[in-house]
Design a protein around this ligand. Structure first.
Ligand code: ZN
Length: 214
C-alpha cells in the first residue's frame, strides 16, 4: 500500500526560499510559532512567559486583529520576536480567488510594516491551506511560506495536562518549527510548565529568519 505524502512532506522537498518546514538546527534551536493573535488576554501572558525564559518566537498575526490591538504588536516587536503574516481576515483560502488571497497578504504586510519597518513578512495562510496557484504566485514574488514540522495540535483544545504530556513524551527536536496558537490560553498554560524544563535541558527558542527584503 502506498501512503500519500503529507503536504508538509511535499513542501519539505521545495527549496527553503519557496517553503520552509524546518529551521536551522544549530545550538539546539527550536522555533515556536503562534498563529491567530494578537489577543488582548492571551498574548501578553505569552509574551511575559517567553521573556521570563529568554525565548524568542514568531507570531503569525491576523491583520484585522493586529489593527485592533496595535500596542500588542508593538510589544511583540519590542520583545525581539518576529511578526509573520497570517492573512487579514483568516478566511479559508480555498474559498477565495488568487487575487483576493494575495490582497489579504498585501494588506497585512502594509499594516505590519508600520510596526517593524519591513515591507514583507513570512507568510502562513489560514489552516496552512496552500492552493497551487498561490504557491506559484508567492514563489514568483520570491516569497517564502513558513510551514511547520511539529504540530502541537493545541487547536483541538485538549485538556492542558494531555497537551503537556504529549509534548513531554515527544518534545520538539532541534530545527523543529512548532505550530501553536495564542488566541486562547492553552499554549501558554502548557508552555508555562514546559519552557523552564526545556530551557534547563539546553533547548533554545529562536524566531524564524525574516522574509527577504526583495
Ligand atoms: Zn490560523
Amino acid at each position: 500500500m502506498r501512503l500519500k505524502p503529507s503536504k508538509r512532506q511535499l513542501l519539505g522537498l521545495l527549496p527553503t526560499g519557496i517553503a520552509q518546514t524546518r529551521g536551522a538546527v544549530g545550538d539546539g534551536a527550536r522555533y515556536l510559532t503562534f498563529d491567530d493573535g494578537p489577543h488582548p488576554e492571551h498574548t501578553p501572558r505569552l509574551l511575559d512567559l517567553l521573556q521570563a525564559n529568554g525565548a524568542r518566537a514568531s507570531f503569525f498575526v491576523i491583520g484585522k486583529h493586529a489593527e485592533r490591538y496595535p500596542r500588542l504588536v508593538e510589544r511583540i516587536v519590542a520583545d525581539g520576536h518576529l511578526l509573520g503574516n497570517h492573512s487579514w481576515n483568516h478566511d479559508h483560502y480555498d474559498h477565495l480567488g488568487l487575487a483576493e488571497q494575495l490582497a489579504e497578504l498585501d494588506r497585512t504586510d502594509a499594516l505590519l510594516a508600520r510596526f517593524d519597518g519591513r515591507a514583507r513578512h513570512r507568510v502562513r495562510t489560514p489552516q496552512g491551506v496552500l492552493p497551487l496557484p498561490l504557491l506559484f504566485a508567492l514563489a514568483r514574488r520570491r516569497r517564502s511560506v513558513a510551514y511547520w514540522s511539529y504540530d502541537s495540535l493545541d487547536y483541538r483544545k485538549p485538556p492542558v495536562a494531555e497537551l503537556v504530556g504529549r509534548l513531554q513524551r515527544v518534545p520538539p527536536m532541534a530545527g523543529d518549527i512548532v505550530l501553536m496558537h495564542d488566541d486562547n490560553a492553552l499554549a501558554c498554560d502548557a508552555l508555562a510548565q514546559l519552557l523552564p524544563v526545556w530551557c534547563a535541558t539546553g533547548f533554545r527558542f529562536l524566531s524564524l529568519s525574516p522574509e527577504r527584503s526583495q
